[in-house]
Design a protein. Sequence first.
Length: 186
Amino acid sequence: MLIQASQLTKVYGNGENALRALDGVTLSVERGAFVSVVGSSGSGKSTLLHLLGGIDRPTGGTVTIDGTDLYTLAPDPLTVFRRRYIGFVFQSYNLIPGLNVWENITLPLGLDKLKADREETEHLLSTLGIYEKRYSMPSQLSGGQQQRVAIARALATKPHIVLADEPTGNDKLVTARIKNQSQLFR
């Protein structure tokens, strides 16, 4: 089992103001599976992804990824684990404004003192249709292009898992390219 979540609960606030975003969610995801989480706005989809990826801590429950219990890790080892094993695509893209497209994509590799494979990165940029934008700043990109940069950054480290929070909701072209380029998900 690649991902195992057991009795995940997340409560924001307390007392009368408590908001139960997740209530005892249990799920398993096999290696190689492609899973979609669907639900109405405010139903806890983003909260679930943040807990599965170790970005936020649950009020209760556990998350194990490839045999590692995320919430037994201290903050620094958890950060390194996330960077090396999980690719994230956030709703808001979270691109670094002062870095160009290439730098945004290769940043996670640099944090591990690794050098990006130029050919692989260029292939990724071409596949996502943003090769010609590789030296552009995020402010010079359309929303769809920023979204593609976020996807490329998530895939650049060849993560075991990609957690994507509405990554292609507005861009059917990106969806088609990712589905047709399954070798990007190793």
